[in-house]
Design a protein around this ligand. Structure first.
Ligand SMILES: Nc1ncnc2c1ncn2[C@@H]1O[C@H](COP(=O)(O)OP(=O)(O)O)[C@@H](O)[C@H]1O
Ligand SMILES: Cc1ncc(C[n+]2csc(CCOP(=O)(O)OP(=O)(O)O)c2C)c(N)n1
Ligand SMILES: [Mg+2]
Length: 306
């Protein structure tokens, strides 16, 4: 007999819900999560669709991991402490091999990012995966897009452009050495948004955003929300060893500026602030509007869904 939706939920999605904040997880009308006194709830949802957010032929385990990480990235961008997540899943059929592998990826991300799976929804239709994340923010603190001040430095975490390179490999547009290929594909499928860095920045950063659409586009959201101009220096962009080995530096820089899928942070710090480990200064906040980057005039900024 084919499994019904409750069997599928029990089999694949009910075992990853334990966490310090979880009072009630999968199985009732709502989950119940506890906030500490003086904390507030931060929440965000992101959907991923085959062929648009990941190649159709991706391994289900990678799809599951990536969907959770992409959603968790917004908690990092806000400085929120992860509490838990819910998963809304629309499936064309009850393919248990697919579900087993997918749920392993979700579970791996749940552990890595400390986001217990506390609830969700399972329906039939074209494959669509939505992850809602729940986080906690201390009273009066949050990393908003709107606080950048003229004179601040602009920083990013980690390295940029790796996922763009990974997608190019998956789509047959780039063939590096096997070691670089493995690293770049992993950066596409297994991003780890820097949640601890987000929380650390709550006391120092004037503004922040997670980089999902590419540095130029996402820095543009800070510039617009803060009423400032941001200048990015292409030569300062942090590139991984794998991208530095790219024979065409222009292509590597283009990925770092505009391919997106990085799930790193872009943030602004007042002059003289200590720079967190693993972060790089890439530009400055000036009076005016928009994002300027010499040498990047022709690049498309941000992924357009419509
Ligand atoms: N259908 C919608 N209804 C209400 N708010 C939405 C909807 N789609 C997006 N938003 C909100 O618009 C803002 C920008 O969305 P998006 O670009 O997806 O942000 P992010 O890159 O952080 O995921 C966010 O605050 C998001 O919550
Ligand atoms: C097959 C495939 N093609 C293209 C991309 C590139 N891409 C798709 S959506 C996107 C931006 C982020 O997605 P969005 O739904 O806008 O997420 P949000 O900004 O809301 O977090 C990027 C860079 C991809 N990840 N996979
Ligand atoms: Mg979104």
């Amino acid at each position: 007999m084919p499994a019904n939706e409750f069997t599928l939920i029990a089999r694949y999605f009910s075992a990853y819900g334990r966490g310090a904040a979880v009072e009630l997880g999968v199985g009732d009308d709502c989950a119940i999560l506890a906030l500490a006194p003086h904390e507030r709830l931060a929440t965000s949802v992101d959907t991923v669709v085959a062929g648009r957010h990941f190649p159709e032929e991706s391994l289900p385990e990678d799809v599951g991991f990536r969907a959770v990480a992409a959603a968790a990235s917004d908690l990092a961008g806000m400085g929120a402490r992860p509490l838990g997540m819910t998963l809304a899943l629309t499936l064309p059929e009850a393919d248990e091999l697919w579900l087993h592998s997918f749920s392993q990826g979700v579970a791996a991300a749940a552990v890595a990012l400390e986001l217990p799976l506390v609830g969700g929804d399972t329906t039939r239709g074209p494959l669509t995966i939505s992850v809602q994340v729940l986080g906690a923010l201390p009273a009066g603190k949050a990393l908003l897009r709107s606080g950048a001040q003229v004179g601040d430095g602009v920083y990013v975490s980690g390295t940029l452009g790796d996922a763009g390179g990974g997608l190019a490999i998956l789509e047959g547009r780039y063939q590096p050495e096997p070691e670089a290929a493995e690293y770049l594909e992993r950066r596409f499928f297994r991003p780890l948004p820097p949640l601890a860095l987000g929380a650390l920045l709550l006391d120092t950063a004037s503004a922040a955003i997670d980089i999902s659409d590419g540095l130029l586009a996402d820095a543009g959201h800070i510039a617009a929300a803060s009423g400032v101009r941001i200048e990015i220096d292409r030569e300062c962009l942090p590139l991984s060893a794998a991208l530095q080995a790219h024979p065409d530096r222009e292509q590597a820089l283009a990925w770092a500026l505009s391919a997106g899928d990085d799930y790193e942070l872009c943030f602004c710090l007042p002059e003289g602030s200590a720079v967190p480990r693993g972060c790089t200064r890439v530009g400055a906040v000036l009076a005016g509007a928009g994002v300027v980057c010499a040498g990047a005039e022709g690049l498309v900024r941000g992924y357009q869904h419509f």
